[in-house]
Write a protein that binds this ligand. Structure first.
Ligand code: XMP
Length: 467
C-alpha cells in the first residue's frame, strides 16, 4: 500500500488518518510526504511545523543501506514540497536519508516493511524516482511486471466489449492524443458500433482538422462526422476575459453542439471519452469521479455532466492511464508516430493560450506562431525531447522596428516543458539557436507580432498552460 501526499497538515484538527488496521496487516507500506507524516504520527512519532517549508529541488544523502534507496552515502536530487516535517521517529524506525532541512527525508521500519519518504519519488524532478517506486513495488512487495501496453490493450478490449454488449457508442474526437488513442482502441474493440464526432471549434492547431480526418476516416476507416463550429465559438467568447468563464463557455457550447450532432446518431447508448488519470485527479472538485479531496486547479471540460444530460452511459477506457502509458497503448495499436508524438493539447484549445478575450484574428496569429515553433523544434530535433511545447498569445503591445518603421504589435510567449506525468513540470532548456530562429521567424513571418519571449516557470508554482 502507498499512502500518498496531500495538501493538509498532519497535526491539524480533523487531519485525515490512514485506517489504523493497515498497520497490523503484515503488508509493506510506503508513505510519501503527508502519507509518511501521518504514518509516523499514528505509530507514535512526532510531526511539527518546520521553521521554513521546503519547496522545490533539494539534495538528500542516504545514511544507511536499504532495499528502497540502495547503498548508503549516495546523494540524489529530489523534489520536496512540504511545510511540516517529522521530528521524532516511532519505535522501530530509523533514518535512511537526510536533507539540510529534513533530517528524516527517508525513514524505515524494515522489519515490518514500512517506509516513509518526505520527498516525492513520483515527480520527474526527483532523480531516480521511478527506481525508488520500483524498488518498493517489485523489491519490497515482490509484485510481478504485468502492467505492459499489450496487457493493458488486451484488458481494455475485453472490458469495452463486455461493457457495451453490442450497443452504439459515440466518441468526441478532438485531435489530441487521448481521444485519438481512445478512438483507435474502440475501433479495434467494437468498430461497427462506433461513431466519432469531430467538432472543429476554430481553436485548433494548424491543419489539425485535416490531419484528424485523414488519420481516422481515411486510414483507419472510423465513422467520423466533422462539424465546423468556429463561428459559434468566437461569437460566444466575444468580450469574455476571465479564464474559468472561458473554459465553462467552451465546455457548455461544446456540449450543446455535440448533443445536437449526437442526436442524429441512432441507437447510441454510450458516450466514450478520452479522460486520462491526471484529468480525474485535477478535476477532483468537479462533478467528475475524483475523490473530492485534491484541490481544484482548473476545470477540465472533458470530465463533466455530459453523459447524465444525454442519458448516456459513460465509457472511459483510458481513465487509469498516465500520458506516457496512453502513448504506449497508441503505439501498440499501430497509430502513426506523427499522431502519437504530438504534444498534448487542452480541451479548450487555443482559447487558453490566447490570454484574455479570444478573437478570430488572435487565433490566426497564434496558430502561425505555434506552427513555426513546432517546425523549429523539429528542425533542431528537439520536438521529441520536450513533453509539451506551444506558443501563447499575449494581448499586450510592445514597440519594435520592422524595416525602418516603428511597429507596435503583440507579444508571443513560447513555452516548452519537460515532464512525464504533467502534474509537475520543469521548463525545457532549449538550445539558444533554436530559440533564436523561432523568434526571428515569428517576428518576420507573422504579421501582428513584434516580440517573442520564453517562459522559464516550473509547475508548481506555475501551471503548464497560461490560463
Ligand atoms: P496545466 O495547465 O493544468 O496542464 O498544468 C496540465 C496538462 O493538461 C492540459 N490541459 C488540459 N487538457 N482539458 C484537457 O484535456 C483541459 O481543459 C486542459 N487544461 C490543461 C495541458 O495542456 C497540460 O498538458
Amino acid at each position: 500500500m502507498i499512502l500518498s501526499g496531500g495538501p493538509a497538515s498532519a497535526f491539524a484538527e480533523g487531519a485525515r488518518r490512514a485506517p489504523p488496521e493497515i498497520f497490523d496487516m503484515g503488508k509493506p507500506l510506503l508513505g510519501i510526504c503527508y502519507g509518511m507524516q501521518t504514518m509516523v504520527a499514528q505509530l507514535g512519532g512526532a510531526v511539527a511545523q518546520a521553521a521554513r517549508g521546503e519547496y522545490g529541488r533539494a539534495r538528500i544523502e542516504s545514511c544507511a543501506d536499504s532495499e528502497l534507496l540502495g547503498a548508503r552515502s549516495v546523494a540524489r536530487e529530489v523534489w520536496m514540497s512540504h511545510a511540516d516535517r517529522v521530528t521524532e521517529l516511532p519505535p522501530g524506525f530509523k533514518a535512511l536519508a537526510a536533507s539540510d532541512n529534513a533530517p528524516f527525508a527517508a525513514v524505515a521500519d524494515e522489519a515490518r516493511g514500512f517506509f516513509g519518504l518526505q520527498f516525492h519519488p513520483e515527480v520527474t524532478q526527483t532523480e531516480g524516482g521511478s527506481e525508488v517506486l520500483s524498488n518498493f513495488v517489485h523489491g519490497v512487495c515482490g509484485c510481478a511486471r504485468e502492467w505492459t501496453p499489450a496487457n493493458i490493450v488486451a484488458r481494455a478490449l475485453d472490458e469495452i466489449r463486455e461493457q457495451t454488449r453490442g450497443e452504439g457508442v459515440i466518441l468526441g474526437l478532438s485531435g489530441g492524443v487521448d481521444s485519438s488513442v481512445a478512438a483507435a482502441l474502440l475501433q479495434r474493440a467494437i468498430g461497427a458500433q462506433l461513431t466519432c464526432i469531430f467538432v472543429d471549434t476554430g481553436l485548433l492547431r494548424m491543419n489539425e482538422g485535416d490531419l484528424v480526418m485523414q488519420t481516422f476516416a481515411e486510414h483507419l476507416g472510423v465513422r467520423v462526422r466533422r462539424v465546423d463550429a468556429a463561428d459559434e465559438f468566437f461569437a460566444r467568447l466575444k468580450g469574455v476575459t476571465e479564464p474559468e468563464r472561458k473554459r465553462k463557455i467552451i465546455g457548455n457550447l461544446f456540449i450543446e453542439i455535440f448533443e445536437r450532432e449526437a442526436a442524429r446518431v441512432e441507437d447510441a447508448k454510450w458516450l466514450a471519452q478520452g479522460t486520462i488519470y491526471p484529468d480525474v485527479i485535477e478535476s477532483a472538485g468537479d462533478s467528475g469521479g475524483g475523490s473530492g479531496q485534491a484541490t481544484l486547479i482548473k476545470s477540465h471540460h472533458n470530465v463533466g455532466g455530459l453523459p447524465q444530460r444525454m442519458r448516456l452511459k459513460l465509457l472511459e477506457p483510458l481513465r487509469d492511464l498516465f500520458k506516457d502509458e496512453v502513448r504506449a497503448v497508441g503505439r501498440e495499436l499501430g497509430l502513426p508516430e506523427s499522431l502519437i508524438a504530438r504534444h498534448p493539447f487542452p480541451g479548450p484549445g487555443l482559447a487558453v493560450r490566447i490570454l484574455g478575450e479570444v478573437r478570430r484574428e488572435f487565433a490566426g496569429v497564434l496558430r502561425r506562431a505555434d506552427a513555426i515553433f513546432m517546425e523549429e523544434l523539429q528542425n533542431h530535433k528537439m520536438h521529441s525531447h520536450v513533453s509539451q511545447a506551444f506558443a501563447v498569445f499575449l494581448p499586450v503591445k510592445s514597440v519594435g522596428v520592422t524595416g525602418d518603421k516603428r511597429a507596435y504589435e503583440h507579444v508571443i510567449a513560447l513555452r516548452a516543458v519537460e515532464t512525464t506525468d504533467f502534474m509537475t513540470a520543469d521548463w525545457a532548456r532549449l538550445p539558444h539557436a533554436l530559440l533564436a530562429s523561432a523568434s526571428a521567424r515569428i517576428c518576420n513571418e507573422v504579421p501582428g507580432v513584434s516580440r517573442v519571449v520564453y517562459d522559464i516557470s516550473a509547475k508548481p508554482p506555475a501551471t503548464i498552460e497560461w490560463e
